[in-house]
Write a protein that binds this ligand. Structure first.
Ligand SMILES: NC(=O)C1=CN([C@@H]2O[C@H](COP(=O)(O)OP(=O)(O)OC[C@H]3O[C@@H](n4cnc5c(N)ncnc54)[C@H](OP(=O)(O)O)[C@@H]3O)[C@@H](O)[C@H]2O)C=CC1
Ligand SMILES: CC(C)(CO)C(=O)C(=O)O
Length: 322
């Protein structure tokens, strides 16, 4: 069984390296400097275990892979890149293989199920950082993170069990779940603060604004009758499996949206995080003024070429008031 990691960045990089270091067969799909670096020297994984160099096959597009029926395919690109990636997989001949959406947001699974029959949701709890091409880091211990895993829209099958077994071997705590989307909707609530942190900068206390965005998000899910679990700081598994750790010489720049603004990738995932709450709210007639504003804000920050931390807390407050 091979594991194809599509999108070798922070999450894809940590998981691909950890799997390869655990002796699993991994094929990465990467682009730009990351692809060149992995092909040349492999991928350096920095963690509380130290710096480990992982080597694995890496290609630039799915069409370079001869897919096998028992391949497990992880999607680890941002939500705004999922559509193009799914079409590239289908063009490359992928049909019945298990596709694991290892991404934040709840739309990736729906998009994948439109094209493929065998889709799985994964809640990714893993503060990973794309440091530079060829280098990623993970800032928790003793495990590299925790994944809730299950078939979409529900159930657990052999592919979930096989994926969980491989992750456990790679030091990622893995939990097959009958109703994984309840976990993913819980994670969505947590991620409503991503753009807030990205706008104001890591280290600024944005908790009051994030709290309001999350309260609005919960009201929308409640109103729409969508079940969700609390998988944030109150999740008791965090103490056992993923305690924050400082890594000498490495800086945790922040969450995934902060990293996108810092790296200047030119897109952010907010339309699939806060925008998902706006969408569900609009479908159910529930107002979502805060998440609407945050979604527009993300487009303005990206459009204006703004970096992480480009707004003061006061500016952010004023912006949300409209
Ligand atoms: N980072 C984190 O701590 C966490 C992230 N997540 C979620 O995990 C998912 C991935 O995030 P993250 O790892 O941070 O994102 P990154 O941007 O670090 O990694 C995604 C990678 O996919 C690459 N990519 C996108 N499209 C393609 C393509 N068509 N072909 C080849 N490569 C492609 C990107 O390339 P390029 O660099 O050129 O853009 C990038 O390197 C997101 O849904 C995020 O919300 C969840 C929990 C924590
Ligand atoms: C919860 C958080 C912020 C942890 O890294 C995350 O999921 C992300 O970075 O997108």
């Amino acid at each position: 069984m091979r594991i194809i990691v599509y999108g070798v960045g922070a999450i894809g990089g940590v998981v691909a390296a950890a799997l390869a270091l655990a002796g699993r067969e991994v094929v990465g799909i990467a682009r730009g400097g990351m692809l060149d670096a992995i092909r040349k020297d492999g991928l350096s994984l920095r963690s509380s275990r130290g710096a480990e160099q992982a080597t694995f096959e890496c290609v630039g597009r799915p069409s370079e892979i001869e897919f096998r029926p028992d391949d497990l395919i992880m999607l680890t690109m941002k939500g705004q890149d999922t559509g193009a990636a799914l079409h590239a997989l289908r063009d490359a001949g992928v049909r019945e293989q298990a596709i694991f959406c290892c991404q934040n947001g709840t739309e990736n699974e729906r998009q994948a199920l439109r094209l493929f029959p065998n889709v799985h949701g994964v809640t990714v709890m893993m503060p990973a950082t794309y440091i530079q091409p060829g280098r990623v880091a993970i800032f928790v211990e003793p495990r590299f993170g925790m994944f809730d895993i299950g078939r979409y829209p529900g159930g657990i099958d052999d592919a979930d069990r096989a994926f969980a077994e491989a992750l456990e071997a790679a030091n990622v705590a893995a939990f097959p779940m009958e109703d994984v989307m309840t976990s993913k909707f819980g994670k969505l609530i947590l991620n409503l603060g991503n753009i807030v942190q990205a706008a104001a900068g890591t280290g600024v206390d944005t908790s009051a604004i994030s709290k309001r965005a999350r309260e609005e998000g919960r009201a929308v899910l409640d109103g729409a009758g969508i079940a969700y679990l609390d998988i944030g700081d109150n999740d008791p598994r965090r103490d056992e499996y993923m305690r924050s750790v400082k890594l000498e010489g490495e800086t945790y720049v922040g969450g995934s949206t902060t990293q996108s603004l810092t790296r200047g990738t030119g897109t952010v995932e907010t339309d699939y995080l806060n925008g998902e709450i706006s969408l569900i709210g609009r479908l159910h007639g529930i107002p979502t003024p805060i998440n609407d504003r945050l979604t527009v804000l993300s487009a303005e920050l990206v459009g204006g070429g703004k970096g992480a931390g480009s707004m003061s807390l006061e500016e952010l407050e004023a912006y949300i008031q409209g």
